[in-house]
Design a binder for this molecule. Structure first.
Ligand code: FES
Length: 143
């Protein structure tokens, strides 16, 4: 095989391999957007099974950057509140204290009431309240 024929064969094989790579990279699932980052408060919400969780008043679930608290009996929207667990000061994750019915940010000490209202800074506003919906025994936090 002459040098020119060898290079032509090599270049052709390389081109086929590159086309296969490009076809895979441009599949329908890839819209060019960066992969989502799972940060608190930015996910698409989550569901809670009310047959197993949040059965008693003042119990709570902290999950995926959200905190859901049962405030009354019955499985209605009015029986629950949901907040983003992201502290409005600098983005740390707040914690709920069921004994004091309040939220504390461990980063710099901001505190929030059970309604999410600011009690003490350095945060300058309360927690972000989120909508919920209930379908049967499933509670979904809308984020
Ligand atoms: S991040 Fe919560 S008080 Fe600073």
């Amino acid at each position: 095989m002459k040098r020119k024929e060898f290079l032509t064969t090599l270049t052709g094989s390389f081109s086929v391999a590159c086309l296969a790579c490009l076809a895979q990279a441009c599949s329908k699932d890839d819209n060019g957007a960066p992969a989502p980052v799972n940060s608190p408060g930015s996910s698409s919400g989550f569901s809670i099974n009310l047959d197993t969780d949040l059965k008693s008043v003042n119990t709570y679930v902290a999950k995926n950057g959200f905190i859901v608290i049962r405030t009354a009996t019955g499985n209605t929207v009015a029986s629950f509140v949901a907040y983003s667990a992201v502290c409005p000061h600098a983005g740390a994750t707040v914690e709920y204290n069921a004994n004091t019915s309040s939220f504390l940010c461990p980063a710099h000490g901001s505190t929030f009431s059970a309604t999410g209202a600011l009690i003490q800074g350095p945060a300058t506003r309360g927690l972000t309240k989120l909508e919920i919906e209930i379908m049967g025994s499933s509670l979904k936090v809308k984020a």
